[in-house]
Design a protein around this ligand. Structure first.
Ligand SMILES: CC(C)(COP(=O)(O)OP(=O)(O)OC[C@H]1O[C@@H](n2cnc3c(N)ncnc32)[C@H](O)[C@@H]1OP(=O)(O)O)[C@@H](O)C(=O)NCCC(=O)NCCSC(=O)C[C@@](O)(CC(=O)O)C(=O)O
Ligand SMILES: [Mg+2]
Length: 291
């Protein structure tokens, strides 16, 4: 029952951001060892991130680490340094197919065993950043029970598709739809890619409204100022909450009285309507009302 609307990237070579990242109110943090870190800083960033995982503060945030890709000689060293620190999950970049997930899964099994952590604890979030990765989205999502989310990586993906990121996001529409569909079919979460224009709040609201409508659970962010903007888009309105409460109450009463169909505001309330109402209350953080 934990919301994952925003995941803030913290460059793994920046002690200030790594130490203070949890203070900005995002639902999750991604300590990044991949593209935010220059090649000559990979080893020092790994040491820094592992140290901060052991000694830093993260509040209630979901804590994940983006490791380097499996096509490098860095990813296993990354896992060995961060998994024993007890993180919620890892984010694997540029996943192209299920075999990548299986390789990471095997390494995690070994590292968790050696560290005395229950096997399967560390979840995997897969970044799909190539045409091939997007094509294989469902197989990736089902490749291991550890996979709890998939996300398109818009920056790398547009390069692979030989296009540019546009303000309208036309080039990402198909991949985004495929990722949500694959995630829902596999029963896991779908997160959207970062919005790169950090001072364009209007554009961020527009993009977040669109991806929320597609069915995404949340979005990765690169700057603290993007967090509250996204949360406000994901927060249901008072009117939506009020209606959801009345639907859930009507459904409960109907079930207690042994009735099948009921109506609220002149509209039939059936199972999918109740399901959507429960989801609205969940998104509003009213978890106790949906127990
Ligand atoms: C953009 C900029 C340099 C601007 O910095 P500036 O310092 O100019 O900003 P200011 O406005 O001056 O900051 C005001 C105060 O906030 C603090 N502050 C800023 N950002 C903070 C932050 N992130 N965490 C904590 N604190 C932060 C800052 O330290 C300062 O604190 P203080 O000095 O104390 O006042 C900075 O934000 C930044 O580095 N962002 C992260 C970049 C990054 O990780 N990229 C890789 C991940 S994406 C990717 O790889 C795409 C993908 O792979 C996958 C996908 O889509 O998922 C794909 O292919 O699509
Ligand atoms: Mg990328």
């Amino acid at each position: 029952m934990k919301l994952r609307r925003t995941m803030l990237y913290l460059p793994g070579n920046n002690p200030n951001m790594l130490l203070r990242g949890w203070l900005f109110g995002s639902d999750g943090l991604i300590l990044d060892l991949e593209d935010a870190v220059a090649v000559h800083e990979k080893d020092s960033a790994r040491i820094l991130v592992s140290r901060i995982l052991k000694e830093g503060e993260f509040g209630d945030c979901d804590v994940t680490v983006r490791i380097n890709g499996v096509d490098t000689d860095l990813w296993e060293k990354d896992l060995e340094a961060v998994v024993p620190c007890g993180i919620d999950g890892i984010r694997v970049p540029k996943v192209e197919g299920p075999e990548t997930v299986r390789a990471v899964d095997e390494a995690l099994n070994r590292i968790e065993k050696e560290a005395g952590i229950a096997v399967g604890t560390t979840k995997i979030c897969c970044l799909l950043e190539t045409a091939q990765g997007i094509w294989n989205a469902y197989d990736v999502a089902k490749a291991s029970p550890r996979v709890d989310a998939i996300c398109p990586g818009g920056e790398d993906l547009t390069a692979d598709l030989r296009t540019q990121r546009s303000v309208e996001g036309t080039e990402l529409e198909g991949p985004r739809r495929r990722v949500v569909l694959a995630a829902r079919a596999a029963g896991i979460d779908a997160f959207d890619t970062v919005f790169p224009r950090i001072n364009d709040d209007e554009g961020l609201v527009k993009e977040t409204t669109f991806i929320k409508q597609l069915g995404f659970d949340g979005k990765s962010v690169i700057h603290p100022r993007q967090i509250s903007v996204i949360h406000s888009v994901f927060m249901p309105t008072e009117k939506e909450i009020d209606r959801a409460r009345r639907i859930v109450a009507a459904a409960k009463e109907a079930s207690e009285r042994g009735l099948g169909a009921v109506s609220v505001d002149g509209r039939m309330v059936d199972a999918p309507v109740v399901k959507r109402a429960v989801f609205t209350l969940t998104r509003a953080g009213l978890f106790e009302e949906v127990q």
